[in-house]
Design a protein around this ligand. Structure first.
Ligand code: SF4
Ligand code: SF4
Ligand code: F3S
Length: 429
């Protein structure tokens, strides 16, 4: 079986499909800490692509409450359990090897879905959810739990035992009782499980932007994609007898929406985001198939330079291109099994952001056009304090965002302007 390099795992891995890399890669960063679970993204997606017969239970975008929520229900626990059944030795990260550019989180020494799949004669290990598991997209919304409950229920829920669960008590910044929202779309993975699994070769990754699509004419409804995508993002439609998935709103990425006059535009679910938690862009892929160095790209800066945003379940091995600023109030053990060993560093960076990171974070939802480059104009110091014993200084810098053609499409200051109404316009009751 061919081997490919997965930088999120810091090592080569088996991938049962021909290695090919796009010129650009669709990628996004979601800031979990800002999400209000208004589901505007889900509705934007639903009203754009998913309003026809046979799509009633289909949500390419969903926002679930962790740890109990999930669409389909318990998909992440079930995948984790399936891998652990094949590999009872544990899903271990070796962080002692040191973090290098092409191994920023250390080296993953456990099994991916492809390693585990090879043991059971499949491209990747997986399962097909029941109809009932798909039916309640918002199950367990706002249901809080505690690490104690999770640990006591460990055999039932199957959460990994590799990390010693860290009990912190109810003190900031971590809470013992917690929940958070997880926003999910297809990750347009570098090594997609869905694509490797399809016996019809009906799934392809576009060379121009890395978007993963199901060819609706080739698909015969074999559902191997539904079975072997660990994120459970391909969905079978009974009325057409083929499967469908998030198409990354590719007409907008191609600049087909009249609003942007030919320039690449962010997807519907990103553009609709009320909490301003989402940013999406295209990152350049080098000759070696890895992310090309692009210091002034906002997503490259957040993911590769500051490492404030992390992949979801990197240990599954598909090299997902969706990244998350992890939740600051959840117990670290829980966050680590979800986002890998980069969690502590990412939260630290987010809690006490560098001057540049604070400026770049203002670009989230500052434009409907895709931002390919940023610049920062320094401003005066406006505030200083101590956060967890660290000195934090805030500068009212101005951050600029540029579209693919290099035109300025966003200009925003770190300090939000305050408008004071003139006294004669104030209505006193
Ligand atoms: Fe395929 Fe699933 Fe990855 Fe999307 S998230 S590309 S459906 S494996
Ligand atoms: Fe839907 Fe587009 Fe978001 Fe995909 S990117 S979930 S197609 S709105
Ligand atoms: Fe292939 Fe999935 Fe269709 S496995 S045939 S793309 S249902």
């Amino acid at each position: 079986m061919p081997e490919v390099y997965n930088w999120q795992l810091g090592r080569k891995m088996l991938y049962p499909y021909e290695e090919r890399h796009p010129k650009w890669q669709f990628a996004f960063v979601f800031n979990i800490n800002r999400c209000l679970a208004c589901q505007t993204c889900s509705m934007a997606d639903k009203s754009t692509w998913l309003f026809s017969k046979g799509q009633e239970y289909m949500w390419w975008n969903n926002v679930e409450t962790k740890p109990y929520g999930g669409y389909p229900q318990f998909y992440d626990v079930k995948i984790t359990q399936l891998i652990e059944q094949v590999n009872p030795g544990g899903q271990v990260w070796n962080v002692r090897v040191g973090r290098k550019h092409h191994a920023p989180y250390g080296v993953f020494e456990g099994m991916t879905i492809f390693d585990a799949g090879a043991k059971v004669g499949q491209a990747a290990i997986g399962y097909i959810p029941t109809d009932q598991e798909w039916r309640f997209v918002n199950i367990y919304e706002d249901t809080a739990t505690s690490m104690r409950a999770l640990v006591e229920g460990i055999d039932k829920t199957g959460f990994s035992r590799d990390e010693p669960w860290k009990m912190t008590g109810s003190s900031l910044p971590e809470h013992e009782t917690f929940f958070f929202y997880l926003q999910r779309i297809c990750n347009h993975c570098t090594y997609p499980g869905c694509l490797a699994a399809c016996p019809r070769k009906a799934i392809y990754k576009r060379p121009e932007d890395g978007i993963v699509l199901i060819d609706q004419n080739r698909c015969r409804g074999y559902k191997k994609c539904v079975e072997q995508c660990p994120y459970k993002k391909p969905m079978y439609r009974g009325t057409t007898r083929v499967s469908e998935k998030c198409i990354a709103c590719y007409p907008r990425i191609e600049g087909k929406d009249p609003l942007t006059g030919g320039e690449p535009m962010e997807t519907r679910c990103m553009a609709a985001c009320v909490g301003k938690i989402r940013m999406q862009s295209l990152v350049r892929i080098g000759e070696d198939g890895l992310w090309a160095e692009d210091r002034w790209h906002p997503l490259y800066f957040a993911i590769r330079v500051e490492q404030v945003a992390l992949p979801l379940y990197p240990q599954w091995g598909t090299e997902p291109n969706g990244y998350y600023i992890p939740p600051r109030h959840s117990p670290r053990g829980y966050a680590r099994q979800m986002f890998g060993p980069g969690v502590d560093n990412a939260i630290e960076k987010y809690l006490v952001p560098s001057r540049e990171l604070l400026a770049v974070l203002q670009l989230w939802r500052a434009s409907q056009q895709i931002i390919f480059r940023y610049d920062v104009i320094p401003g005066p110091k406006v505030f200083e304090t101590q956060i967890h014993g660290k000195r934090f200084e805030m500068y009212n810098d101005t951050v600029l965002g540029f579209n693919k053609s290099g035109k300025e499409v966003a200009r925003i200051q770190v300090e939000e302007p305050i408008y004071v109404r003139p006294a004669e316009r104030v209505t006193w009751l």
